[in-house]
Unconditional design. Sequence first.
Length: 331
Amino acid sequence: MASSPAVLMRLVASSYAVAEQAGSVVRNVLQSGELGIVEKTGANDLQTLADRLVQKSICASLSRSFPKVTIIGEEDLPVEAVEENLIESGQNSVILQKSCPNQYASLKEEELVVWVDPLDGTKEYTEAARVLYHPVYIQKPVHHHRTPTRLLDHVTVLIGIAYGGKAIAGVINQPFYNYQLGAGASLGRTLWGVLGLGAFGFQLQEVPDGKRIITTTRSHSNKLVTDTIQAMEPHDVIRVGGAGNKIIQLVEGKASAYVFASPGCKKWDTCAPEAILHAVGGKLTDMHGNAYRYNADVKHMNSAGVLATLRDHQYYLSRVPQAVLEALSSD
Ligand code: AMP
Ligand code: MG
Ligand code: MG
């Protein structure tokens, strides 16, 4: 290839490097024990020092390399200079070497919108920290799966890329992947995908045929959510934190549907996960079966809920109770 890589591939390669650095910030803040927790709209809507630092890092790094791209981050932060040590200018070389799908090869920076969730699963991150730094556990470590440290897997960093209102590429870093292996293990992994190219950084697997395993929220449930799940007659229900984490469960064959029949998730929660899921043939819609749009001017809230599957999307859609459809307007 004589010409330089397409803008989209350079943006994905940068997002990959930036997401890896973000993962180390998330680990370092946990290790420091000083989370700097702030309640946003309430006790179920939190922000930590890691959310703030990572958003600054991602937004400043990407806007320095791609000044014309529109970048929208979850956190509402005061405008201030970003420390140089938070700037990541690297690019993943494997991604740079892949050829860009034809339909995106001539996209321009100004046509792209990046949706950033600096830390998805903040609630679980703070709960894990509370246990890790509780004096009882510091003195006497408890076997991991009996304690909320298992919640560390729920935490991800999400960078989604949209064009023409559609999620076309995404990067997910899971900072604590492999933490069960204990001291010395190298922590974290990065998954990424581009529509028309595929998704990488994990092994695609499906739940055995006919088995309905639903993954859903553990901290933002309500009657709409539970009524909908019940109507789908699942064989099993898994309650975990994070939109990114739940999409990872779908593509790794741990769950067959991600069901959240409620407002609460925002565009930065679904953009990167949706792109990766769609890159491997899955589907993410609202509870009516409509696609979400990711243009720069859209409303942030995914008001009509989230339904994501690798296959059999129609089955889950057909089971959504009428009362739930009426309660969740798609606007
Ligand atoms: P969950 O599955 O509960 O971890 O939610 C996935 C994402 O949506 C996380 O980023 C949550 O913070 C967000 N979310 C879902 N429901 C709510 C809510 N009621 N209030 C605030 N954020 C929410
Ligand atoms: Mg989130
Ligand atoms: Mg977040």
